[in-house]
Design a binder for this molecule. Structure first.
Ligand code: GLN
Length: 263
Protein backbone atom coordinates (compact mmCIF):
# COMPACT_ATOMS: atom_id res chain seq x y z
CA UNK A 1 0.00 0.00 0.00
CA UNK A 2 2.77 2.38 1.02
CA UNK A 3 4.71 1.52 -2.12
CA UNK A 4 1.72 2.33 -4.33
CA UNK A 5 1.27 5.71 -2.66
CA UNK A 6 4.97 6.52 -3.05
CA UNK A 7 4.86 5.49 -6.68
CA UNK A 8 1.78 7.60 -7.38
CA UNK A 9 3.40 10.52 -5.60
CA UNK A 10 6.59 10.31 -7.57
CA UNK A 11 4.62 9.95 -10.80
CA UNK A 12 2.60 13.02 -9.94
CA UNK A 13 5.77 14.94 -9.13
CA UNK A 14 7.34 13.85 -12.39
CA UNK A 15 4.28 15.03 -14.30
CA UNK A 16 4.43 18.28 -12.45
CA UNK A 17 7.99 18.81 -13.53
CA UNK A 18 7.05 18.12 -17.15
CA UNK A 19 3.91 20.25 -17.13
CA UNK A 20 5.48 22.93 -14.96
CA UNK A 21 2.67 22.88 -12.40
CA UNK A 22 2.88 23.74 -8.73
CA UNK A 23 2.06 26.96 -6.96
CA UNK A 24 5.07 28.92 -8.16
CA UNK A 25 3.83 28.86 -11.74
CA UNK A 26 0.33 30.27 -11.23
CA UNK A 27 -0.16 33.86 -12.32
CA UNK A 28 -0.99 35.11 -8.87
CA UNK A 29 2.08 33.72 -7.15
CA UNK A 30 4.30 35.02 -9.89
CA UNK A 31 2.70 38.40 -9.34
CA UNK A 32 3.29 38.53 -5.64
CA UNK A 33 6.82 37.23 -6.13
CA UNK A 34 7.67 39.97 -8.63
CA UNK A 35 6.21 42.66 -6.37
CA UNK A 36 7.90 41.21 -3.29
CA UNK A 37 11.26 41.07 -5.08
CA UNK A 38 11.08 44.75 -5.91
CA UNK A 39 10.22 45.55 -2.28
CA UNK A 40 6.73 46.88 -2.99
CA UNK A 41 4.07 46.48 -0.36
CA UNK A 42 0.44 46.95 -1.29
CA UNK A 43 -2.81 47.05 0.68
CA UNK A 44 -3.62 43.52 -0.47
CA UNK A 45 -0.63 41.36 -1.28
CA UNK A 46 -0.22 40.76 -5.00
CA UNK A 47 -2.88 43.35 -5.87
CA UNK A 48 -2.69 46.97 -6.95
CA UNK A 49 -5.84 48.60 -5.60
CA UNK A 50 -6.78 51.71 -7.56
CA UNK A 51 -9.28 54.26 -6.26
CA UNK A 52 -11.22 56.24 -8.85
CA UNK A 53 -14.52 57.90 -9.62
CA UNK A 54 -15.87 56.15 -12.68
CA UNK A 55 -17.97 59.04 -14.02
CA UNK A 56 -15.16 60.83 -15.79
CA UNK A 57 -15.14 59.71 -19.43
CA UNK A 58 -12.91 58.94 -21.27
CA UNK A 59 -10.54 58.54 -18.29
CA UNK A 60 -12.85 56.22 -16.34
CA UNK A 61 -16.41 55.16 -17.00
CA UNK A 62 -18.62 52.11 -16.94
CA UNK A 63 -19.06 49.86 -19.93
CA UNK A 64 -21.70 47.52 -18.55
CA UNK A 65 -20.39 46.55 -15.13
CA UNK A 66 -16.74 47.06 -16.10
CA UNK A 67 -14.75 50.23 -15.48
CA UNK A 68 -12.84 51.15 -18.63
CA UNK A 69 -10.99 54.19 -19.96
CA UNK A 70 -7.56 55.79 -20.13
CA UNK A 71 -6.79 55.53 -16.41
CA UNK A 72 -8.09 51.95 -16.19
CA UNK A 73 -5.82 50.91 -19.07
CA UNK A 74 -2.78 52.78 -17.78
CA UNK A 75 -3.30 51.21 -14.35
CA UNK A 76 -3.57 47.76 -15.92
CA UNK A 77 -0.31 48.32 -17.82
CA UNK A 78 1.43 49.61 -14.66
CA UNK A 79 0.13 46.67 -12.61
CA UNK A 80 1.38 44.23 -15.22
CA UNK A 81 4.84 45.81 -15.15
CA UNK A 82 4.89 45.50 -11.35
CA UNK A 83 3.61 41.93 -11.43
CA UNK A 84 0.43 42.88 -9.60
CA UNK A 85 -3.24 42.12 -10.18
CA UNK A 86 -5.28 45.31 -10.76
CA UNK A 87 -8.40 45.93 -8.71
CA UNK A 88 -10.44 49.11 -9.29
CA UNK A 89 -12.54 50.64 -6.50
CA UNK A 90 -15.17 53.17 -7.55
CA UNK A 91 -15.90 55.94 -5.04
CA UNK A 92 -16.73 59.63 -4.92
CA UNK A 93 -13.90 61.83 -6.19
CA UNK A 94 -13.85 63.55 -2.82
CA UNK A 95 -12.98 60.23 -1.08
CA UNK A 96 -10.03 59.18 -3.24
CA UNK A 97 -7.24 61.01 -1.41
CA UNK A 98 -8.54 59.80 1.98
CA UNK A 99 -8.72 56.23 0.67
CA UNK A 100 -5.07 56.46 -0.36
CA UNK A 101 -4.02 58.13 2.90
CA UNK A 102 -5.80 55.61 5.10
CA UNK A 103 -4.60 52.49 3.30
CA UNK A 104 -7.88 51.55 1.61
CA UNK A 105 -6.25 51.92 -1.80
CA UNK A 106 -2.68 51.91 -3.09
CA UNK A 107 -3.12 54.51 -5.76
CA UNK A 108 -5.66 57.09 -6.83
CA UNK A 109 -5.98 57.39 -10.60
CA UNK A 110 -8.83 59.63 -11.58
CA UNK A 111 -7.82 62.34 -14.01
CA UNK A 112 -6.53 63.97 -10.87
CA UNK A 113 -4.82 67.32 -11.25
CA UNK A 114 -1.53 67.91 -9.49
CA UNK A 115 -2.01 70.78 -7.02
CA UNK A 116 0.09 72.09 -4.14
CA UNK A 117 -2.76 71.59 -1.65
CA UNK A 118 -3.07 67.91 -2.58
CA UNK A 119 0.72 67.50 -2.40
CA UNK A 120 0.46 68.26 1.31
CA UNK A 121 -1.65 65.13 1.73
CA UNK A 122 -0.29 62.60 -0.76
CA UNK A 123 2.56 62.11 -3.22
CA UNK A 124 1.96 62.49 -6.93
CA UNK A 125 3.65 60.30 -9.53
CA UNK A 126 5.09 61.82 -12.69
CA UNK A 127 2.36 63.24 -14.88
CA UNK A 128 0.88 61.24 -17.75
CA UNK A 129 -1.67 63.56 -19.38
CA UNK A 130 -2.85 67.14 -19.62
CA UNK A 131 -6.28 68.44 -18.70
CA UNK A 132 -8.01 71.74 -19.37
CA UNK A 133 -10.89 73.15 -17.36
CA UNK A 134 -13.76 73.84 -19.75
CA UNK A 135 -17.08 75.58 -19.39
CA UNK A 136 -20.28 73.88 -20.63
CA UNK A 137 -23.38 75.99 -21.21
CA UNK A 138 -26.69 75.54 -23.03
CA UNK A 139 -26.53 76.23 -26.76
CA UNK A 140 -28.71 79.33 -26.39
CA UNK A 141 -26.87 80.66 -23.32
CA UNK A 142 -25.88 84.33 -23.06
CA UNK A 143 -22.62 83.29 -21.37
CA UNK A 144 -19.85 83.75 -23.93
CA UNK A 145 -16.82 85.30 -22.28
CA UNK A 146 -15.15 83.56 -19.40
CA UNK A 147 -14.72 84.55 -16.63
CA UNK A 148 -16.68 87.86 -16.95
CA UNK A 149 -20.03 86.42 -18.09
CA UNK A 150 -20.01 83.84 -15.30
CA UNK A 151 -20.25 86.48 -12.59
CA UNK A 152 -23.51 86.10 -10.71
CA UNK A 153 -24.43 82.89 -12.54
CA UNK A 154 -25.11 79.52 -10.96
CA UNK A 155 -22.12 77.30 -11.74
CA UNK A 156 -22.19 73.52 -11.29
CA UNK A 157 -19.02 71.64 -10.38
CA UNK A 158 -17.96 68.24 -9.13
CA UNK A 159 -17.23 68.36 -5.40
CA UNK A 160 -13.55 68.91 -4.48
CA UNK A 161 -12.32 69.03 -8.07
CA UNK A 162 -10.12 71.83 -9.33
CA UNK A 163 -13.18 73.16 -11.19
CA UNK A 164 -14.87 73.46 -7.79
CA UNK A 165 -11.83 75.13 -6.24
CA UNK A 166 -11.42 77.71 -9.06
CA UNK A 167 -15.13 78.49 -9.28
CA UNK A 168 -15.54 78.92 -5.54
CA UNK A 169 -12.44 81.14 -5.36
CA UNK A 170 -13.39 83.30 -8.29
CA UNK A 171 -17.18 83.55 -8.10
CA UNK A 172 -17.92 82.82 -4.45
CA UNK A 173 -19.56 79.91 -2.64
CA UNK A 174 -23.10 81.19 -3.23
CA UNK A 175 -22.70 80.96 -6.98
CA UNK A 176 -21.35 77.42 -6.98
CA UNK A 177 -23.38 74.22 -6.72
CA UNK A 178 -21.37 71.10 -5.87
CA UNK A 179 -22.34 67.67 -7.19
CA UNK A 180 -20.85 64.31 -6.32
CA UNK A 181 -20.62 63.25 -9.95
CA UNK A 182 -19.86 65.25 -13.09
CA UNK A 183 -22.89 63.79 -14.85
CA UNK A 184 -25.19 65.04 -12.08
CA UNK A 185 -23.90 68.58 -12.68
CA UNK A 186 -24.54 68.19 -16.41
CA UNK A 187 -28.06 66.83 -15.74
CA UNK A 188 -28.79 69.94 -13.63
CA UNK A 189 -27.60 72.14 -16.52
CA UNK A 190 -29.83 70.27 -18.98
CA UNK A 191 -32.75 70.69 -16.56
CA UNK A 192 -32.09 74.45 -16.38
CA UNK A 193 -31.31 74.41 -12.67
CA UNK A 194 -27.85 75.91 -13.18
CA UNK A 195 -26.29 78.11 -15.89
CA UNK A 196 -22.91 76.48 -16.53
CA UNK A 197 -20.70 73.56 -15.58
CA UNK A 198 -16.94 73.84 -15.08
CA UNK A 199 -15.31 70.49 -15.70
CA UNK A 200 -12.25 68.98 -17.41
CA UNK A 201 -12.27 69.20 -21.21
CA UNK A 202 -12.42 65.51 -22.13
CA UNK A 203 -15.41 64.68 -19.89
CA UNK A 204 -16.95 67.94 -21.17
CA UNK A 205 -16.65 66.68 -24.76
CA UNK A 206 -18.20 63.32 -23.76
CA UNK A 207 -21.09 64.96 -21.88
CA UNK A 208 -21.85 67.46 -24.65
CA UNK A 209 -21.84 64.57 -27.13
CA UNK A 210 -24.26 62.58 -24.98
CA UNK A 211 -26.72 65.42 -24.26
CA UNK A 212 -28.61 67.59 -26.77
CA UNK A 213 -28.54 71.37 -26.59
CA UNK A 214 -25.19 71.89 -24.86
CA UNK A 215 -21.94 73.46 -26.02
CA UNK A 216 -18.43 74.03 -24.73
CA UNK A 217 -17.16 77.60 -24.66
CA UNK A 218 -14.00 78.25 -26.66
CA UNK A 219 -12.30 79.90 -23.73
CA UNK A 220 -10.57 77.19 -21.78
CA UNK A 221 -10.31 77.99 -18.15
CA UNK A 222 -7.04 76.51 -16.90
CA UNK A 223 -4.46 74.01 -18.09
CA UNK A 224 -3.49 71.24 -15.70
CA UNK A 225 -1.40 68.08 -15.38
CA UNK A 226 -2.82 64.70 -14.35
CA UNK A 227 -0.95 62.24 -12.15
CA UNK A 228 -1.64 59.26 -9.91
CA UNK A 229 -1.56 59.82 -6.17
CA UNK A 230 0.09 57.47 -3.68
CA UNK A 231 0.40 57.53 0.09
CA UNK A 232 3.36 59.46 1.50
CA UNK A 233 4.08 56.28 3.49
CA UNK A 234 4.70 54.20 0.38
CA UNK A 235 7.78 55.65 -1.32
CA UNK A 236 8.69 52.24 -2.76
CA UNK A 237 5.40 52.06 -4.64
CA UNK A 238 5.81 55.67 -5.84
CA UNK A 239 9.21 54.82 -7.30
CA UNK A 240 7.97 51.59 -8.83
CA UNK A 241 4.96 53.28 -10.47
CA UNK A 242 7.17 56.11 -11.77
CA UNK A 243 9.54 53.51 -13.20
CA UNK A 244 6.65 51.70 -14.91
CA UNK A 245 5.20 54.98 -16.23
CA UNK A 246 8.58 55.96 -17.68
CA UNK A 247 8.83 52.65 -19.54
CA UNK A 248 5.23 52.92 -20.75
CA UNK A 249 5.89 56.45 -22.03
CA UNK A 250 9.14 55.37 -23.66
CA UNK A 251 7.61 52.44 -25.55
CA UNK A 252 4.58 54.44 -26.69
CA UNK A 253 2.00 52.51 -24.63
CA UNK A 254 0.65 55.60 -22.87
CA UNK A 255 0.38 57.60 -26.09
CA UNK A 256 -1.38 54.62 -27.68
CA UNK A 257 -3.93 54.50 -24.84
CA UNK A 258 -4.52 58.28 -25.01
CA UNK A 259 -4.97 58.12 -28.80
CA UNK A 260 -7.44 55.24 -28.49
CA UNK A 261 -9.80 57.31 -26.30
CA UNK A 262 -9.08 60.89 -27.45
CA UNK A 263 -9.67 61.36 -31.16
N1 GLN B 1 -8.94 67.13 -12.81
C1 GLN B 1 -9.93 67.47 -11.84
C2 GLN B 1 -9.33 67.42 -10.46
O1 GLN B 1 -8.37 66.80 -10.24
C3 GLN B 1 -11.17 66.59 -11.92
C4 GLN B 1 -10.93 65.14 -11.71
C5 GLN B 1 -12.19 64.29 -11.66
O2 GLN B 1 -13.28 64.80 -11.55
N2 GLN B 1 -12.05 63.01 -11.73
O3 GLN B 1 -9.81 67.98 -9.56
Amino acid sequence: MKKVTALLLSMAMGMCLLAGCGSASTGESESSTAAAESGITTVTEGTLTMATNAYFPPYEYYEGSEIVGIDAEIAAAVAEKLGLELKIEDMEFDSIITAVQTGKADMGLAGMTVTDERKQMINFTDTYAEGIQSVIVKEDSDIANVPDDLTGKKIGVQLSTTGDIYATEEFGKDNVEQFNKGNDAVAALVAGKIDAVIIDNQPAISYVGANEGLKILDTSYATEEYAACISKDNEALLEAVNGALAELKEDGTIQGILDKYIK
